[in-house]
Design a protein. Structure first.
Length: 211
């Protein structure tokens, strides 16, 4: 029987060929990055959801916010270690899996769903590119982040993504709301058991011009 590793080549071909035409490079299994607007990086991935289904999600690394790793933080400064400071999952707002998602069940399916994968790529990549076109700077990243934070979500709420909780504080700092931003970052540190004076976190805050 086939495994997901067997269909990864089809995913890489159908998604990768379209994304490469827009300047994206593969940085792992089912994950691509474009770094033409530094410090902003644009990320696109194909992930597994329940029921043997697979669907894309995409988003942005601001290049300014550290990554929360348990009790500490680390920089994200390369294509390889960039994470989504803003994650856009097309399932979260409607709460239902789009019909353009494709399915594959390890140990059961014996045929690679090539046509489903192709249709999935052709449907979602233009949607992601439309979002990517909206962000050309850190200021535009902040604007889109706040816009997305105000939406109503029927699956995972916006702050269910842990990185969003930290990034929100930085977005407030970048928008000139220092007191609220620092308070939000301190509250985040308290929730995850990290220190507000962590050297990496402190450096990132200073880097954006906030003391």
């Amino acid at each position: 029987m086939l495994t997901i590793a067997d269909v990864d080549s089809a995913i890489a071909k159908e998604f990768g060929s379209l994304l490469a035409g827009h300047g994206f490079s593969a940085i792992g299994s089912r994950k691509w990055v474009r770094a033409e607007k530094l410090p902003i990086r644009e990320l696109f991935l194909v992930g597994a959801i329940k029921g043997g289904q697979y669907a894309p999600a995409w988003g942005f690394s601001s290049g300014l916010v550290p990554i929360s790793r348990g009790y500490s933080f680390r920089h994200q400064s390369t294509d390889k270690n960039a994470v989504m400071d803003l994650l856009i999952d097309p399932i979260d707002v409607p709460g239902t899996v789009p019909e353009q998602a494709f399915s594959f069940i390890t140990g059961l399916d014996a045929e690679i769903p090539i046509e489903q994968i192709r249709l999935c790529a052709r449907h979602f990549i233009p949607l992601a590119l439309a979002d990517f076109d909206r962000v050309r700077s850190v200021a535009e990243f902040c604007s889109l982040f706040l816009e997305r934070s105000r939406l109503q979500y029927r699956r995972f709420p916006f702050d269910a993504y842990v990185q969003h909780q930290l990034v929100h504080g930085f977005v407030l700092l970048l928008n000139g709301n220092g007191d609220a931003g620092r308070a939000m970052i301190k509250a985040f540190c308290h929730r995850v058991g990290a220190e507000y004076d962590d050297p990496v976190l402190t450096e990132c805050i200073r880097h954006i011009g906030i003391e």
